[in-house]
Ligand binder design. Structure first.
Ligand code: MOS
Length: 736
């Protein structure tokens, strides 16, 4: 039997998904369901001076209208430890708690009615009068309030060597400013929660990347035991980080269900998705690079100023990649947050790294131009021997391999360096490169693996599959560990009653959960062998267990394939399922720096008359350790790169700086790539194995592919036109 790991197996839940049989949060057929619709604020800062709900209350089908005046006060007990999805510093928003408006489209009331249509109609009748206050709605005007995050840690200032003096003395310099705008996640499936109370038991069908985080949040919010809350999120239509933490609609749905004594569904409109489920924070950066004339970096200084809300300090690892990417003795990073009247930002695919690497990798291209040096060569020349930021060896660093592999497949050698020097008919052709990196994160997780009398193997964990293929990869890991064909493995995920798992986030879940699934699978295989030598009816009774193996559908003698007992016969005789449980956690103090690396090569054309940019081809190479499923890993690469194309050319949440209103809270004005925008992708993973990340040798692949894409596009646009665009997205107006 050939191993399942490494095979391009189709998603085991794919058929259910395309047939509409996979249930998403808003789709559970609950009897007697009521519908909640939030009313959103129209000012970014102020107080509710009056709220008139009379017309809404009298509207057909309305069950209740909740506002800060009549909503139940929830106890909101404090967690022992702030979950990693939430800011460490701040006062989380409690919906309908007070009359204070902190951001545009904050919930000011929630209408609950017997149908969605009735609730929407009534929501339009709620009259809110605001006492407006001057909000912090312009990033420029907010900048003087920039501050270091109080949490310190990895977002605190960092310095090695003497970066200022080294920069001052550097013969070749780059000193530029870069901007990544506010972006919203925009998953296809909107956030939704269905809340069902049964006495003091609460069930939440919720779109979540971490069900046990939502379980803890809801239990603390309502002051009930954890065991009284069950959260289910078996399928998700995209998350990208927006469903990592508990947002206000969850509290509101559960609160409303308790008030109306019926199950309540709250499914956010696309517009409401711009109000309170997070976003990538607008981040302005300054990068200074100093180098010798032969291209060796002598100084790097990278500063960032990033949006946060007025009530929580959201931070992300924006400058972490800069500290480890290249071999530079003198380096400083300073990260500051800028409170504004916006809702709290959150992690969005490639969080932090994607922002910082846009600036660093564009600046590296600018340095290559200043040096008259090939940008691939410049990067290879500055390859560091170890992670200088933590002074640890790499678990596996194959950045140079990725650059060389990508350059070869892309035929980078045909590039003539002079901007505007490559043409195709009347079009300018640009070729650009940029690097990528993302940490190989690992968190605690556990799993149960069971074999039933019919020989079916079931893997269970509370970890969720938000789309990358976790169902399938865990089936592969379990199949090889137990020694059965993957077609016999079922996987159950996304239910808080199942064994504990940390979030599907930060590209961490594969490396976190797979060791637990593997361990439980190996223990189950061992239990099958022990049953074979001890069961009264087994033909292998009394044999030395070390001479046996569980493989295929049987336990057999390693040296003699004719002697065996099938799993089905064993379990029939045992008359009970066999199961094993295992927990996995990263071991204490890190001995290595664990990161994935990659490189993107972009070919695009620019029309010299109207500056239309068309991307033709993106060749990417990634080193993530072992790839468990090439098919689903390729999907992750393509999805991430498409996100990068969106970042590079289209995505930007725009606010009116005077009134603080988001102006494009919809799919017609917030642009994301469509099929016609998407070029040919040639994404490949290097054949490698990272022994440090875990026994499967593979790191998660969710975030790495988006990191660096926007820089590679910007660098290609420069190569085509000679115009350097340092603020995303690269729109036609910026090229004029
Ligand atoms: Mo990812 S931004 O942790 O879903």
């Amino acid at each position: 039997m050939s191993p399942a790991i490494g095979q391009p197996i189709r998603r085991i839940e794919g058929r259910a998904k395309v047939l509409g049989k996979a249930r998403y949060a808003a789709e559970y057929p609950i009897r007697n369901l009521a519908h909640a619709v939030p009313v959103l604020s129209t000012v970014p800062r102020g107080r509710i001076s009056a709220i008139d709900t009379a017309a809404a209350v009298a509207s057909p089908g309305v069950l209740t209208v909740l506002t800060h005046l009549n909503a139940p006060r929830l106890p909101y007990r404090q967690p022992k430890e702030v979950p990693a999805t939430n800011p460490k510093v701040g006062d989380p928003l409690r919906p309908l708690r007070d009359d204070v408006i902190r951001f545009d489209r904050q919930y000011v009331a929630v209408v609950v009615a017997d149908t969605l249509e009735h609730a929407e109609a009534a929501a339009a009748l709620v009259k809110v009068t605001y006492e407006p206050l001057t909000g912090v709605t312009s990033f420029d005007r907010a900048l003087p309030n920039a501050q270091l995050p109080r949490e310190g840690g990895r977002t605190g200032p960092y310095r090695r060597g003497t970066p200022d003096a080294a920069f001052a003395a550097a013969p070749v310099k780059v000193d530029q400013r870069y901007v990544v705008p506010t972006e919203h996640h925009n998953p296809m499936e909107p956030h939704a929660t269905v809340a069902v109370w049964n006495g003091s038991q609460l069930t939440l069908y919720d779109k979540s990347q971490w069900v046990q985080n939502i379980q803890q949040h809801a239990a603390l919010a309502f002051g009930i035991p954890y065991g009284n809350v069950r959260v289910l999120s078996p399928f998700m239509g995209g998350g990208f980080g927006s469903a990592l933490r508990a947002w206000p609609h969850i509290d509101v749905a559960a609160m409303a269900a308790r008030v109306v004594k019926r199950p309540v569904k709250l499914s956010l409109s696309r517009e409401a998705m711009y109000g309170s489920v997070g976003f990538r924070p607008l981040t302005r950066m300054r990068v200074r690079l100093g180098a010798t004339p032969d291209g060796r970096l002598t100084s790097v200084m990278h500063e960032a100023w990033a949006q946060t809300s007025t009530y929580e300090e959201f931070t992300e690892n924006t400058l972490g990649a800069t500290r480890l990417m290249y071999n530079v003795p003198n380096l400083a990073t300073t990260y500051r947050i800028v409170p504004m009247n916006v809702s709290t930002p959150t992690y969005m695919r490639g969080p932090g790294e994607v922002t910082g690497m846009f600036a660093l990798e564009t600046a590296m291209d600018e340095l290559a131009v200043a040096l008259k040096m090939d940008p691939v060569q410049l990067r290879i020349l500055n390859e560091p021997p170890k992670d200088l930021s933590v002074n640890l060896p790499w678990s596996l660093r194959t950045y140079v391999d990725a650059l060389r592999d990508g350059a070869k497949r892309f035929d980078w050698a045909r590039r003539t360096p002079e901007p505007g020097s490559m043409r195709d008919g009347g079009l300018l052709v640009g070729l650009g490169v940029a690097g990528s990196t993302y940490p190989g994160n690992r968190n605690p997780a556990s799993a149960r693996v069971r074999m039933d009398p019919d020989g079916t193997v079931t893997v269970q964990s509370a970890g969720t599959d938000i789309g990358p293929g976790t169902y399938t990869s865990m089936a592969q890991v379990a199949a090889d560990a137990v020694g059965v064909d993957v077609s016999r493995v079922r996987v159950e995920l996304g239910d808080s009653r199942l064994p504990y798992s940390n979030a599907q986030g930060g590209s961490a879940l594969f490396a976190s959960l797979s060791p637990a699934v593997r361990q439980a699978g190996l223990e189950l295989a061992r239990a099958l062998v022990m049953a074979a030598v001890s069961d009264a009816r087994s033909p292998l009774r009394g044999l030395n267990p070390d001479t046996l193996i569980s493989a295929g559908d049987r336990v057999g003698v390693k040296a003699d394939p004719t002697k065996f007992v099938t799993h089905a016969e064993l379990l029939k005789s045992l008359r009970r399922p066999l199961e094993a449980h295992a927990t996995s956690a990263p071991s204490g103090k890190p001995t290595h720096s664990i990161h994935s690396f990659g490189a993107h090569f972009v070919e695009l054309t620019v029309d010299p008359d109207v500056y239309e940019i068309r991307i033709r081809r993106i060749v990417s190479s990634f080193g993530v350790g072992a790839v468990i499923n090439p098919r689903t890993a390729h999907s992750q690469a393509v999805g991430g790169i498409i996100g990068g194309v969106g970042m590079g050319l289209l995505e930007e949440t725009r606010s009116d700086p005077r009134r603080g209103r988001i102006m494009n809270a919809n799919f017609s004005e917030y642009l994301i790539p469509v099929h016609a925008d998407i070029p040919v992708f040639e994404a490949e993973y290097l054949k490698e194995f990272d022994p440090i990340i875990g026994p499967l040798g593979g790191k998660g692949v969710g975030e790495l592919p988006i990191v660096g894409v926007a820089a590679a596009i910007s660098n290609a646009v420069y190569h085509a036109t000679g115009k350097r665009i340092r603020d995303l997205p690269i729109t036609i107006d910026k090229l004029l």
